[in-house]
Every structure is written in structure tokens, then in C-alpha cells.
Design a protein around this ligand. Structure first.
Ligand SMILES: C=C(O[C@@H]1C=C(C(=O)O)C=C[C@H]1O)C(=O)O
Length: 105
């Protein structure tokens, strides 16, 4: 009984420690994404001023290859890395289209 109770405390302490690390990493992810979107907003304004299209499929393909390789190196599923990057890029392109429309008005 006592040993079960002790085990439970041990597991709960481990769980709390791991969740603390997850919280820190989630904060890093949010800060990193915020910086990336600040940067892509600047790119969107530059492209609108230069009359370049919002999407650049060749750049996207290079980014996907680069990220897939990095994912493999670090033990992350490259399929997941690609899906995640495409999800972000889709949002960026929406922003760039909105910037372009604003500039046209
Ligand atoms: C940010 C850009 O705009 C778009 C978004 C990209 C991205 O989020 O990585 C990449 C290519 C473009 O489709 C860019 O052209 O660099």
C-alpha cells in the first residue's frame, strides 16, 4: 500500500516536471510564431509594393525540403513537419492577399 502511494507521488512529480517543460516549449513556439508572422507581414508589404504575387510556390517547395530534412535530423516525423509548415504558409498567404487588397484600395 505504502509503496503504491509512493509510486503515485513519484509519477505525479514526474508528470508535473514534464508538463512544466511542455509549458516552456509551448511559450517558445508561440513567441517564435509571433516573430515569424511579424517578419512575413513585412515580406507581404514588400511584395505588394513590388507588385509580386502573394504566394511563391518555388520558395515554398525549397522550405518544405529544408524543413523535412531538419525534421529527419532531429527525430521529428517529416510528414508532420511538412503539414505544419503548409498550415502556417497558408495563413501567411491569406495575410499577403489581404495586404495586397488593402494596397489596391
Ligand atoms: C513569406 C513569403 O511568402 C509566402 C509564405 C512563405 C512562408 O511562410 O514561408 C513562403 C513563400 C510564400 O508563398 C515569401 O515569399 O518569402
Amino acid at each position: 500500500m505504502t509503496s503504491n502511494h509512493d509510486d503515485q507521488e513519484y509519477y505525479l512529480a514526474q508528470l508535473e516536471q514534464e508538463r512544466h517543460t511542455i509549458d516552456n516549449l509551448d511559450a517558445v513556439l508561440v513567441h517564435t510564431l509571433a516573430e515569424r508572422f511579424r517578419c512575413t507581414q513585412r515580406v507581404g508589404r514588400l511584395k505588394a509594393e513590388a507588385k509580386l504575387p502573394p504566394a511563391d510556390p518555388q520558395r515554398e517547395a525549397r522550405q518544405v525540403q529544408r524543413l523535412r530534412a531538419k525534421a529527419e535530423e532531429s527525430g521529428l516525423d517529416p510528414e508532420f513537419a511538412e503539414k505544419f509548415l503548409n498550415f502556417i504558409i497558408k495563413e501567411v498567404i491569406h495575410h499577403h492577399e489581404a495586404i495586397r487588397k488593402e494596397q489596391q484600395n
